[in-house]
Write a protein of this length. Structure first.
Ligand code: AMP
Length: 113
């Protein structure tokens, strides 16, 4: 079994509330939601963070955003939503497998903390 928490979720080795699954992308509900809708969208490929992206990952990153848009529609987030990719510990990244946070269902503030 992989040592990476999100690789384990992607492989079905650890429970999660899966929202959408395909060969290259998995989306599941965040265990500590920060908004009424809080979903994590991850590549099944283990990529540590945006800082580790390779040119070959460009299409995959586009897929993450397209899946985020589809899920936002399913979750009725037509009034708006926020996509966040924390990159590195100072930015608040705590799980080192690249993930997009999809947050919605409440008013958001700017700048973020
Ligand atoms: P980040 O701090 O940007 O790395 O985000 C990691 C996110 O993963 C946090 O919002 C956590 O609440 C979430 N998280 C950690 N463990 C799990 C888990 N087992 N299932 C779902 N979400 C998780």
């Amino acid at each position: 079994m992989s040592a990476c928490l999100f690789c384990q979720i992607a492989a079905g080795e650890r429970p999660a509330t899966i929202v959408q699954r395909s060969a290259d992308v998995v989306a599941f509900r965040d265990i500590h939601p920060q908004a009424p809708t809080h979903i994590l969208i991850i590549p099944t490929k283990h990529i540590v963070s945006v800082a580790e992206l390779a040119v070959e990952d460009e299409k995959l990153m586009g897929r993450l955003l397209t899946v985020a848009k589809e899920i936002a529609q399913q979750e009725n987030l037509g009034q708006g939503y926020r996509l966040v990719i924390n990159t590195g510990s100072q930015a608040g990244q705590s799980v080192f497998h690249l993930h997009v946070h999809l947050l919605g269902g409440r008013a958001m503030h700017w700048p973020p903390g």
